[in-house]
Write a protein that binds this ligand. Structure first.
Ligand code: 1CP
Length: 344
């Protein structure tokens, strides 16, 4: 049933008449239904720790827009939280870590990752899978080791992550140890999501843009390659398609395609994509700039058609945004966009 869904077919690079559609951050603050549930929780992570609520939130955009894929409702920062770094989301400030990584000894003394600390996530996956129509695939996800390390070292979000950059330059070897620990944790975490019912996996390298090309290979892509290698070599996860999202990496996209990811999710500024080089390797997902959804319907249409014209003949193309839906976007525009793509 799942294998014949348009989304899975696209991930296997099969050409389709109409591209499957889903949206990064399809569940979130732009939806009044989400805000109603969110208002009952002070700390965002407490909400993520409630599998019934996660199930309800994951289903909201599916029920409202009849999308072709569902994504687990959770966050990438569950792993640093499980390592004891004390993640909290503070209104207007974003994530704040009580115990960030500040020294080599903080890395040495990290507790062993205990996968069962994230049982609440696996339970959310199985709850969502049990209510999701059987033909709609469920995407499980994690942050890339590098992106998780950046938040953990910085102690939260930042414009330029300058503390993190200085830390890795001064503690290169120990940073590698930390990245290894995160890579192994990501694998076990994703494997448990698959055991619980995830049909597809996406890795978010949201801070790929912070690194020079050389450092990107060393601190991020090397570990992503290892993570996807583990997924592709484990009998439980080997058949699960993997999508890689990297925000403006400084290397050529074909280098990401060589990671053995099945699909590249393109950031909205990735315009000069060498489709010929990518064609035999990966399917493509993306990449309308979410900011266009704040514009008039005419502009939304024009910009959407530009994307569809470009990727129309690419085998295994999946329509998505080039980053997440922002809280200021009108849900009616998501409906308009979805209809637009389906009637193209
Ligand atoms: O207060 C609120 O309501 C919290 C808003 C929110 C939501 C809805 C956060 C806080 N996370 C999420 C859910 C979420 N996050 C999902 C599932 C929902 C869906 O996609 O439908 C997913 C897949 C994520 C992934 C995530 N979290 C990423 C990777 C994708 C990306 O945007 O690049 C990242 C970077 C995060 C970290 C994060 N989570 C939340 C915040 C405010 C942040 C920090 C963002 C920053 O550094 O600016």
């Amino acid at each position: 049933m799942i294998d014949s869904s348009p989304f899975i077919k696209a991930l296997k690079k099969e050409p389709l008449e109409i591209p499957p559609i889903w949206y990064m951050r399809q569940a979130g603050r732009y939806m009044p239904e989400y805000r109603a549930v969110r208002s009952k929780f002070k700390n965002f992570l407490d909400m993520c720790k409630n599998p019934d609520v996660c199930c309800e939130l994951a289903m909201q955009p599916i029920d409202k827009f009849r999308l072709d894929a569902s994504i687990l409702f959770s966050d990438i920062l569950t792993i640093p939280d499980a390592f004891g770094l004390g993640v909290e989301f503070i209104e207007g400030k974003g994530p704040v870590f009580k115990n960030p990584i500040r020294s080599q000894s903080d890395i040495e003394s990290l507790p062993e990752f205990n996968p069962s600390d994230l049982d609440y996530v696996y339970k959310a996956v199985s709850n969502i899978r049990s209510v999701l129509p059987s033909h709609i695939p469920l995407i499980g996800f994690c942050g890339s080791p590098w992106t998780l390390a950046a938040y953990s070292i910085e102690g939260g979000s930042s414009k330029d992550f300058s503390f993190t950059k200085k830390f890795i330059a001064e503690n290169s070897q120990m940073s590698d140890v930390f990245l290894e620990k995160l890579t192994n944790a990501c694998f076990i975490y994703l494997k448990n999501q698959v055991i619980s019912g995830a049909n597809v996996l996406q890795i978010f390298d949201s801070w790929a843009n912070l690194l020079s090309e050389k450092d990107y290979y060393e601190y991020s892509l090397k570990h992503i390659n290892k993570l996807i290698g583990m997924i592709k070599n484990d009998p439980i996860t080997s058949a699960i398609p993997v999508i890689l999202f990297a925000r403006e990496p400084k290397c050529e996209l074909v280098k990401l395609a060589d990671s053995s990811a099945d699909c590249l999710s393109l950031f909205w500024s990735s315009n000069n994509v060498d489709l010929v080089k990518l064609k035999s390797k990966v399917s493509i997902q993306g990449n309308l700039n979410p900011a266009f959804l704040l514009e008039s319907r005419d502009i939304i249409k024009k910009e959407t058609y530009k994307i569809l014209d470009k990727y129309n003949n690419y085998p295994g193309y999946i329509f998505n945004l080039g980053h997440g839906i922002t809280p200021n976007i009108d849900p009616e525009n998501i409906k308009y966009l979805t209809d637009l793509v389906r009637s193209y």
